[in-house]
Design a protein around this ligand. Sequence first.
Ligand code: ZN
Length: 276
Amino acid sequence: MSTLLSDFSKLCVHTLTTKPWDIETCVKNYSKAGIHGITIWRNVLENKNLAEIKTLLDDHGMTVVSLARSGFFPSVEKEKREAVITYNLFAIEQAAAIGAPSVVLVCGADGRQSLEKSREQIAEGIHRILPAAKSAGVKLSIEPLHPMYAGDRSAINTLKQANDMAEMINSEWVGVAVDVYHLWWDDTLQSEIKRCAANKNLFAFHVCDWNIPTTDFLNDRGLMGDGCINVPEIRGWVEDAGFSGYNEVEIFSDKYWATDQHEYLEKIKRAYLTKT
Ligand code: ZN
């Protein structure tokens, strides 16, 4: 295999993709497998000494691409909107402590109010945490989620809405994350990718696949090549627009979590080389 064909320099794996592994196991096994990009989910940092985790990451030559995830700004209850600011500020501190240059925002929604109202509260929430993000040197990536999550997980469901929000906030510290799982169906995707890249707002690119049929809307994501998303085409749009960051493999899958995670990591590497 030529060097080019086995180039994993832009491959990043989300720790939740290998959910059965704790952070130490992820770091050791990714590194051993030649994968040096990692996006860390906050669940694996619970009760951990972040300075020790940072040392572990450095010792294994890992590049932290992002911390996932924070956000969840909207609520009809004011106390909840306040409490979530603390939760977000803590995420920014965690990101800075482990050397993550950005935090992914799953923006949230409250089905008891309109999507417009939720979006207003998302903008307010981002404005409130922005000074802390800026002073910590941590970027905030607004990730639009598939519309099936509009009732409870995110009122930002298209890349256009995420771009509108980022441009309205108009800060170099706020941009968007493009995830093929959430956006593949959108016929304005290519033009919206060009738009965010032109505005220097394209911060992250997440890959997986959409299984047919999808049996669980949270934990039945496919490995690239398993489903109907033309991942190479979308990756082409992202790269043609000037994005040179990592391809982040983010797969929530009860099916793959039940398999041997070492073999699964090898499958991810193959799918990255041939189907991404
Ligand atoms: Zn994602």
